[in-house]
Design a protein around this ligand. Structure first.
Ligand code: FES
Length: 690
């Protein structure tokens, strides 16, 4: 029962929360909701302007609740509500809860769009549903006009109004707000809307009623920087865009960028300036796609690997290039857009998720936030595959994280016909077990290469067949292994040349002809070196995973999530045939999309999620693969396809694997290989490297 209500007063039940209680007759539905702890948005502070507080009364006898709710149990719409209906329209079954008063028992449904903590579901990002907990909130207030008798400052009276109307206390205001406060109060006739960040900082002010606030969730990758422009009030994604990371001109991979900083005075400033400019360009691109001005962007949430994190924030990244790979900070960073040189609203804030360890960054924190392995009852492996693979393994009891130096092979680099995933790249491959003939599909064309009309479709799409991307190279190597063209040790078997013209001598080794063009395009082959590059990459990934499994005393995992642009494209079956990830029930292996970016989005829209990830990161156990002696042992074992010794019961249920060789053939087991692929900038070598 609400304070002051009696047993004779109207009873109100809110759905879907199920909260119920009695309130005095004449109480507004909004006040009743607040007194019962029901979550209803109300930007304009019950002025009948914003329309955010709409509810749907339900009428009838509700046996379940033991009450009858009738239309006359709510007062007729008053002047404010009628004015709102006239100006903005409102469905007949909806009422403004801030003006509708309760006269009798009522059942009131609060639709998702009227809830502050509404659920956000993003199918397009493969993101989980999550609950908004806005960090930036808009509040409209009427500020008392100045008066000779009580000579308080305008800011004091603004804070007074915010305390009175919104129960906001201990407020501070940005200087940029104070500078325009008096003119804004005058323009709004002493009615203003402010944006309050974190319930404490007044970061923006507008005259009168204002209901536009936007934010951007950003994933700063070493190759691309991707962002989503988001309505901070509704949680809707309004535009997405990506730009290349211009730091590529200083080095393709992260460590070469750190080397650049070490070897060039002022190199850190160059790299910081480059990434900040790109971020600035990204915001411009996002604003251009919509009718939103950059000055309306009030918050950014950012994830990135440790080196991107440091460079973006203007922190020297060189300690990350050598043992003990010390981060400048492993806590979340809160700063302003102005501080990192990005043009947005003068009060715009920036939240950077926490890094976890020297090679496990804020992007992995984003992945954890999106995939929630720390809440799982089963042993969950999440891998984000890129130039480095970030690996997270655990359940709700323990969570471990590491990074493994897979190199750029999975992105198509170091592969003779390799290319980035783009139209024209081969992304799917099947090889006939009998004839050893391939068929494939390229990005941008639906038809398979053996379908009639494929050549016409490729030509119509204007893509050509230009190369093979990461998911394509995984599939072709796995398929060649299943077809017996490649041995378990990764050798393209010259003896197979007797059965097919596809296998051809290539110096002292053999290659497989995947595509012989008839249109003047490139010939696409898989060479022995290509297979070796993939073996090295997948062995590094598997060895990293295996280290974490050792730490947890596990031989198996229950679920696997493949995150990142590449991870989302990999076919789980082929990934397992190749031995990229441990054997697992295939139905429990799934793509996680751009989980790091999703994590940034969740953090942008939820203060609770920020607190959660900051807590989780503190308890993540960090494993540094570079100093673990067992890494090399696992690496050597994992060079074989799928693996030299690990059993594959789940995989063998769905495919027939070629017989495993009885003794280890040492071809390809070059224990030094993984070292050469590791962090090239090592000033004092880790123990395992000495
Ligand atoms: S609170 Fe704004 S219209 Fe009801």
């Amino acid at each position: 029962m609400a304070p002051g209500a009696s047993a004779a007063d109207p009873q109100v039940i809110f759905t879907p929360s199920g909260r119920r209680g009695r309130v005095s007759a004449g109480t507004t539905v909004l006040d009743a909701a607040r007194s019962l702890g029901v979550d209803i948005d109300a930007v304009c502070g019950s002025r009948g302007i914003c329309g955010r507080c709409t509810v749907t009364p339900a009428f009838g006898t509700f046996a379940k609740h033991g009450i009858t709710s009738a239309p006359d149990h709510l007062a007729e719409p008053g002047q404010l509500e009628m004015a709102y209906r006239d100006e903005h329209g409102l469905p007949d079954d909806r009422r403004l809860s801030c003006t509708a008063t309760l006269l009798g028992d009522a059942v009131i449904d609060v639709p998702p769009e009227s809830q502050v903590h509404r659920q956000v579901v993003r199918k397009d990002l493969a993101a989980r549903a999550f609950e908004m907990d806005p960090v930036v909130r808009l509040h409209t207030v009427d500020v008392t006009e100045p008066d000779l008798a009580t000579p308080t400052g305008d800011l004091g009276r603004l804070f007074g109004a915010l305390r009175r109307e919104w129960d906001l206390r201990d407020l501070r205001a940005d200087l940029s707000v104070i500078r325009i406060l008096q003119s804004t109060l005058a323009a709004g006739g002493y009615r203003v809307t402010v944006a309050v960040h974190g319930g404490r900082d007044v970061i923006a002010i507008w005259p009168g009623f204002h209901d536009r606030a936007f934010g951007v969730a950003i994933d700063v990758g070493s190759t691309t920087i991707a962002g989503h422009l988001v309505n901070l009030v509704t949680g809707d994604i309004l535009a997405s865009a990506g730009v290349m990371n211009p730091q590529i001109r200083f080095g393709e991979d992260l460590m070469s960028r750190v080397s650049y900083v070490m070897m060039h005075e002022g190199g850190d400033v160059e790299l910081t300036t480059a990434v900040r400019k790109a971020l600035d360009g990204l915001l411009a691109a996002l604003a251009n796609k919509t009718d939103i001005k950059r000055l309306e962007i009030l918050e950014l949430a950012i994830v990135g690997n440790p080196i991107m994190h440091h460079l973006l924030l203007g922190i020297d990244p060189t300690p990350l290039g050598s043992a003990p790979f010390a981060l400048a900070t492993d806590t979340a960073v809160s700063t302003t857009a102005a501080e990192i040189g990005v043009f947005a609203h003068p009060g715009a804030r920036v939240y950077v998720l926490p890094c976890i360890a020297g090679h496990v960054g804020a992007d992995t924190a984003g992945v954890i936030l999106a995939e929630e392995p720390h809440k799982s009852d089963v042993m969950t492996l999440v891998v984000d595959v890129g130039t480095n693979a970030e690996i997270v393994l655990g359940d709700r009891h323990r969570l471990l994280a590491a990074s493994s130096p897979t190199g750029p092979a999975f992105e198509g680099a170091q592969i003779s016909s390799g290319q980035r995933a783009a139209p024209g790249a081969i992304e799917r491959v099947r090889i006939d077990r009998g004839t050893l003939e391939p068929r494939f599909r390229v990005i941008g064309v639906d038809a398979w290469s053996d379908a009639s009309g494929f050549a016409e479709a490729v030509s119509a799409a204007g893509t050509g067949v230009t190369g093979i991307c990461g998911s394509g190279i995984i599939e072709v190597v796995a398929e060649l292994y299943l077809a017996g063209v490649i041995t378990a040790d990764g050798v393209i078997d010259g003896a197979v040349a007797a059965r097919t013209t596809r296998v051809v001598a290539d110096g002292r080794t053999f290659s497989y002809d995947l595509h012989e063009p008839s249109d003047g395009g490139p010939r696409i082959v898989v060479t022995q070196n290509d297979v070796r590059a993939i073996q090295l990459a997948k062995a590094a990934l598997y060895a990293g995973v295996r280290l974490l499994m050792d730490q947890l005393g596990r031989d198996t995992v229950d679920e696997v999530r493949l995150a990142g642009a590449f991870g989302s494209q990999i076919d789980p079956l082929h990934a397992m045939v190749l031995g990229l990830v441990p054997d697992c029930d295939l139905d429990r292996v799934r793509a996680a999309g751009n989980a790091a970016g999703t994590g940034a989005l969740i953090a942008l829209l939820s203060g609770a999620a920020r607190r959660e990830i900051e807590g989780v990161v503190r308890r993540v156990e960090k494993i540094e693969t570079a100093v673990e002696p067992r890494f090399q042992e696992h690496f050597v074992e994992a060079m074989a396809i799928p693996h030299r010794t690990a059993p594959n019961p789940n995989l063998e249920r769905v495919v027939t694997l070629p017989p495993r060789p009885a003794t280890a053939d040492r071809v390809g087991d070059r224990p030094g290989d993984w070292r050469r692929r590791r962090r090239p900038v090592v000033r004092s070598a880790p123990a395992a490297d000495r």
